[in-house]
Design a protein around this ligand. Structure first.
Ligand code: ZN
Ligand code: FE
Ligand code: FE
Ligand code: FE
Length: 192
C-alpha cells in the first residue's frame, strides 16, 4: 500500500499539480478526474442495485404502516435513480463497468443483522430507520461528490441528473428523521 501522505486530499481547483507525468504516452490523454468519476459512478450504480434487492425485505420487516410506505416510496425512487445513471452514462457515451460496492454490502449486512436481532421487539422500527439512514448518508456523500466532480468537468447534464438523485436521497433521509422522532423512537421505549 502507498502511504497516504503521498496522495492526500484531492487538490482544490487552482492548485494544479505539475503537468501530467504521463506513463501512457501513446494513449489518448485522459483526464484522471474523468476516470475517477466513471469509477465512482459504477460504484453507486452497484450500490443502488444492492439496495433494490434489500428494500423489499425492509418493507416486510417494518412494523408501522408509515415506515413501510416510506420504504416502498424510496424503492420506487431508487429504481428511477438507476435509470438516471443509465441515462447519464449513455449521454457520455460510456458503459459503466461492473464494480461491487463493498460499503453498501457492509451497510446492508448490518441492516440484516439488526433485523434478525430486533425481530418482534418494539424497537425494530427504530433500528430499521437507523440502518436506512446510514445508507442514505452514504448515498448523499457519493452523489454530492459525483455532482461536484461533474461540475468541475463542466458536464452540465450529468450535474443535473446527479443533483436530482441527491435531492431524493436527502428527502428520504429527512422523512426517516421525522418518522423516527414522531413515532419509532417513542415506540422503541415501550416495555416488552
Ligand atoms: Zn457505494
Ligand atoms: Fe439511491
Ligand atoms: Fe462504494
Ligand atoms: Fe436512497
Amino acid at each position: 500500500m502507498k502511504s497516504s501522505d503521498e496522495d492526500g486530499k484531492a487538490p482544490r481547483h487552482g492548485s494544479k499539480k505539475s503537468a501530467r507525468s504521463s506513463h501512457h504516452s501513446d494513449d489518448v490523454p485522459k483526464n484522471p478526474l474523468h476516470a475517477l468519476f466513471l469509477n465512482e459512478l459504477a460504484d453507486i450504480y452497484n450500490a443502488e442495485q444492492q439496495l433494490i434487492k434489500a428494500l423489499p425485505k425492509m418493507v416486510e420487516a417494518a412494523q408501522s404502516d408509515e415506515l413501510r410506505e416510506a420504504f416502498e416510496a424510496h424503492l420506487e425512487e431508487t429504481e428511477s435513480q438507476m435509470v438516471r445513471l443509465d441515462e447519464l452514462a449513455t449521454n457520455l457515451g460510456e458503459t459503466l463497468k461492473s464494480k461491487r460496492c463493498k460499503a453498501m454490502e457492509g451497510l446492508l449486512q448490518e441492516a440484516k443483522d439488526l433485523m434478525d436481532e430486533q425481530e418482534d421487539k418494539p424497537s425494530l422500527d427504530a433500528a430499521l430507520i437507523a440502518a436506512a439512514q446510514k445508507v442514505e448518508h452514504y448515498e448523499i456523500a457519493t452523489y454530492g461528490t459525483l455532482a461536484a466532480w461533474a461540475r468541475q468537468m463542466e458536464l452540465e447534464e450529468a450535474v443535473e441528473l446527479l443533483e436530482e438523485s441527491l435531492e431524493e436521497e436527502k428527502s428520504a433521509n429527512d422523512a426517516l428523521t421525522s418518522l423516527a422522532e414522531n413515532q419509532s423512537n417513542v415506540m422503541a421505549e415501550t416495555e416488552d
